[in-house]
Design a protein around this ligand. Sequence first.
Ligand code: NAP
Length: 309
Amino acid sequence: MKHNLIIIGSGPAGLTSAIYAARADLKPIVFEGNQPGGQLTITTDVENYPGFPEGIMGPEMMDLFRKQAQRFGAETHFKNVDSVDLSKTPFEVKVGEEIHHADSIVIATGASAKLLNFESETKLMGHGVSACATCDGFFFRDKEVLVVGGGDSAMEEATFLTKFASKVTIVHRRTEFRASKIMQKRVFDNPKIEILWNHSVVDMIGEPDQGGLTSAKVKHSETGEVSEIKCDGLFLAIGHKPNSDFLNNQLETDDKGYIITKADSTATSINGVFACGDIQDTVYRQAITAAGSGCMSAIEVERYLETLH
Ligand code: NAP
């Protein structure tokens, strides 16, 4: 069966696209992917999304997005898209053994924060451990926090966190930052920021139901010596990875794999294929901006489909 529109991804971008497309009677199909609801489902309170003055839990907010899309007829599936064939129309979308066809596709598969990938990190994510200072920094007023990384994100997050935290320690695995000089200078000039050079975080200590993170174990890159640092929060700023591998280079991307969209548009290098949210946004990466671009994508799909008939 051929669909008007298949939306791949179910964060704020994909589900907002689904709400708008469903209300335009396009009967969109949404394949939600491995992390239904997207990155917000690994955060706790969301306090910066307009309309929720008391804040809302990330997973609950994404349930509401999904219900709103379903209310207007969007069909959502907890399934993962394995690959797409964009070389012919209608486009082909492979989901396990199933093959679906669609006149248009919206790609909203987002980006994933790179993590260190150990058990205690998974356990304490949202309980003192975070990959987003903008989202969670506010909860660390007068607390001591670590920031891991040496790029612009680490500098930006560390500087931002000094608004709340009493002390911020950047833990970096080498003896120089790769961040731009101006961002480094801001860090060096900030009396609330300390730097622990030549160390990597190797473990995180604490229990989610007993106040969360209490300390982190760090290892010296050269001597291998392990020590423990008391901290209330730990922010990972070691980069993001766009979830674009399944596209198999069929769309124009930058050298990191982020889809390139036309200016003021969600149009990609292939007519009828649109991209919204973090998969095409290396700058803002917020739920509200992702939702905004999701809305744009649905409006552009509607216009595109009109040209086909
Ligand atoms: P990035 O430039 O890739 O830096 C990642 C940092 O994390 C590096 O310092 C790296 O260490 C460290 N790292 C990576 N894997 C690690 C691991 N497993 N353990 C410990 N440390 C690890 O990423 P980013 O800072 O997110 O920046 C991404 C892009 O966005 C950049 O182009 C940046 O300029 C841009 N950006 C710009 C702004 C701004 O201008 N306002 C703000 C944020 C980001 P090494 O240095 O040793 O490799």
